[in-house]
Design a protein around this ligand. Structure first.
Ligand SMILES: Nc1ncnc2c1ncn2[C@@H]1O[C@H](COP(=O)(O)OP(=O)(O)OP(=O)(O)O)[C@@H](O)[C@H]1O
Ligand SMILES: [Mg+2]
Length: 363
């Protein structure tokens, strides 16, 4: 088993830093996702792993082996590109067999291995079909089959589903998860789509627009415990409120301008917490309760006016204007056919939340 390790890797193009001092370990045999906005350097990181680019400083390891200057064809790494790059004049079988044919492997072995791989991606029935007569999802599977037939240690996937419609994308995500767990190959999956990353990843890294890694963690850690407002906003939807930390009787609270003072739960993982510090608090829309009536026993409550209602099927979104002018988004699950209470535009509502659902951020 061999992990990929970036050690202080920096890459410049024409004097401009594109990826900045990357320190990252991609665990062996797992599904790893790299998520970031367009231009953040995701493809560049993949190209560094594949050997299409060399870093300007730093080193890249595969296991204990320094591969920084190892040529492309000597790395056991394969890539699935966004546009698949299939040979349009060859049929399915020959597209997949190509990598073995150029290695001059004997015909019978090639036949056996191609058929085995086509079974994995469920294309054995279309073996002799022309590439041009396949659907987008089928072409994607051919690209996958071609990339895994050489049994690479690492499979790099650069936005592999971008050309597919939503239903097919969701379907292919599940297939990729199954494929990865049956092959136990290290998958590095690049996307700017947070839903895709959260769905497939065992571990994920978030890159910012400056080509730096903001946070690494499991999808749940990233979503529930973002470390910066960038991550909180980029992964999912959230409300970011700016406030000041205050210490009352040895208990930290947050003071929000014009809104009051609210409870927070400060954990040991936030050593930077100190009185008078300006901070951000992230409060996910689904963690807020909305009601027209005032409930007793909640210490965290805000009042506002409903400005927009969007029905999403399984949930309803309410945008609520607070008295300080800020807008708060709330998602309410549509659990019941006949809700207790109908909330309309222009209604005055109360918003409630538990202090445990507030995530404090210092950047
Ligand atoms: N060969 C190159 N020459 C010059 N600049 C480049 C080159 N490749 C990438 N860049 C620049 O490096 C930055 C990062 O590019 P990269 O393709 O890695 O981003 P990305 O995160 O994959 O974006 P996207 O989500 O749009 O694919 C961009 O500003 C891009 O213009
Ligand atoms: Mg890219």
């Amino acid at each position: 088993m061999r992990s990929i390790r970036f050690e202080n890797v920096t890459k410049l193009f024409h004097g401009e830093t594109v990826v900045e001092n990357i320190n990252l370990t991609i665990p062996s045999g797992k599904f790893f996702a790299l998520l970031g906005p367009s231009g953040s350097g995701k493809t560049t990181l993949l190209r560094l792993i594949a050997g299409f680019e060399q870093p300007d400083s730093g080193r890249i390891f595969l296991g204990n082996h320094n591969i920084t200057n190892v040529p492309i064809n000597e790395r056991r790494v394969n890539t699935v590109f966004q546009n698949y790059a299939l040979f349009p004049h060859l049929n399915v079988f020959d597209n997949v067999a190509y990598g073995l044919q150029i290695k001059k492997i004997d015909k019978a072995t090639i036949q056996k291995r191609v058929i085995a791989i086509l079974k994995v991606v469920r294309l054995e029935k279309h073996m002799y079909r022309s590439i041009t007569r396949l659907s987008g999802g089928q072409q994607q599977r051919v690209a996958l089959a071609r990339a895994i037939i050489n049994e690479p240690d690492v499979l790099l996937l650069d936005e592999p589903l971008a050309a597919l419609d939503l239903k097919l994308r969701e379907h292919m995500l599940i297939e990729l998860i199954e494929l990865q767990s049956s092959l136990q190959t290290t998958f590095v999956y690049v996307t700017h789509d947070q839903f895709e990353a959260l769905t497939v990843a065992d571990t994920m890294a978030i890159m910012n627009a400056d080509g730096e890694i903001e946070q690494i963690g499991t999808p749940k850690e990233i979503y529930e415990f973002p470390e910066s407002s960038f991550v909180a906003k980029f992964v999912g939807t959230t409300n970011i409120l700016t406030g000041t930390l205050v210490l009352f009787d040895n208990v930290y609270k947050i003071e929000l301008p014009d809104l009051g003072t609210f409870e927070i739960s400060v954990t040991a993982s936030k050593p930077w917490v100190r009185p008078s510090l300006k901070v951000f608090m992230s409060l996910r829309p689904e963690k807020i309760e909305i009601s027209k009536s005032k409930h007793e026993g909640f210490s965290n409550m805000l009042k506002g006016k409903v400005e927009a209602i969007v029905y999403h099927g399984r949930s309803t979104q309410y945008d609520v204007r607070l008295k300080n002018g800020m807008r708060i988004r709330v998602f309410e699950q549509n659990e019941e056919h006949f809700p207790q209470e109908v909330i309309d535009y222009d209604d005055y509502v109360f918003l409630y939340w538990q202090k445990e659902n507030v995530v404090l951020l210092n950047r």
